[in-house]
Design a protein around this ligand. Sequence first.
Ligand SMILES: NC(=O)c1ccc[n+]([C@@H]2O[C@H](COP(=O)([O-])OP(=O)(O)OC[C@H]3O[C@@H](n4cnc5c(N)ncnc54)[C@H](OP(=O)(O)O)[C@@H]3O)[C@@H](O)[C@H]2O)c1
Length: 317
Amino acid sequence: MLPSTTERLLLGNTDIAISPLGIGTWAWGDKWMWGYGKSHTDADIRAAFDAALAAGINFFDTAEVYGLGRSERLLGQLIRESGQSVVVASKFMPFPFWLTRHALCRELRGSLKRLGMTQVDLYQMHFPLPPVPIETWMDAMADAVEARLVRAVGVSNYNQAQMERAHRALARRGIRLASNQVFYSLLHRDPEFNGVAQLCKDLNVTLIAYSPLEKGILTGKYTPDNPPPGMRKRIYNREYLQKTQPLLEIMHDIGEAHGGKTAAQVALNWLICKGAVPIPGAKNQRQVVSNIGALGWRLTDDEVAILDELSLAVRKS
Ligand SMILES: NC(=O)c1ccc[n+]([C@@H]2O[C@H](COP(=O)([O-])OP(=O)(O)OC[C@H]3O[C@@H](n4cnc5c(N)ncnc54)[C@H](OP(=O)(O)O)[C@@H]3O)[C@@H](O)[C@H]2O)c1
């Protein structure tokens, strides 16, 4: 029987109920990093989406820049055809040449058009880029909430101080910051050490973990002799892949002790144990089904401690 979940968490202080694991859709339309059209096609993406819904996953993350809008278009089409209600998170990229707050509403309307929706559940600032101050963007977000174009406001790649500013600016408009989406995996543990994870707990802001499989490295399928393709080969070179092997071996052993869980499932479960909502990217049905196997069981405290210790030696940040 395929794994599935009925579990739901509330996104931040909102009444938006999400599955404890979402699906990242950067690869749905992106050729540059993810080889869309070569490693996976629209048929693979459709099968991935259907498998996620069938397994009870209701949370999908996209962005206006993914595949230059193709990810939003594909996701919107699949949702419409499914007839089901899902929670959609998208993102606004505050390019430095967008100099006024009006850019946010204009780009948001573009996202809604591509998604074929009148409202997006979660709208996130993609990066804290200058020159427009965080407070100005948060005012634009608040306007979008008041116009009922957005249900909840999130940020992404915001550090502790930036998150505090966003939280305060939204609070002035009577809105709670719902989420911060940051790079978080066994090999990227910054949120634990830079105050972001703690602030998320303190403010009841959902910490959404992106690249939770370290772009495929934590699945264990890439080794020094079988490096990842394309751009990823530059980020994860042979020496680094060599260094990660002892951690991957322990992840494999821990997974075995849980009835044959994979390294990827252990990596995602570790994030869930840390209180995060991972959004692994998936190119096909097999990857979705595999990643859902991270749900319905839990690493022990001792296993989390072992992974914490071993990962410190190889973490990239
Ligand atoms: N806010 C931001 O700035 C930001 C940045 C990055 C990502 N994100 C979001 O986070 C999502 C996830 O991050 P990500 O896509 O960068 O990395 P990821 O989730 O760590 O890795 C995804 C990749 O790993 C491989 N994979 C996934 N599941 C697998 C499985 N079970 N078995 C074997 N291989 C598997 C696939 O690539 P291959 O098959 O090609 O190896 C897949 O595309 C994105 O889709 C996006 O929504 C946000």
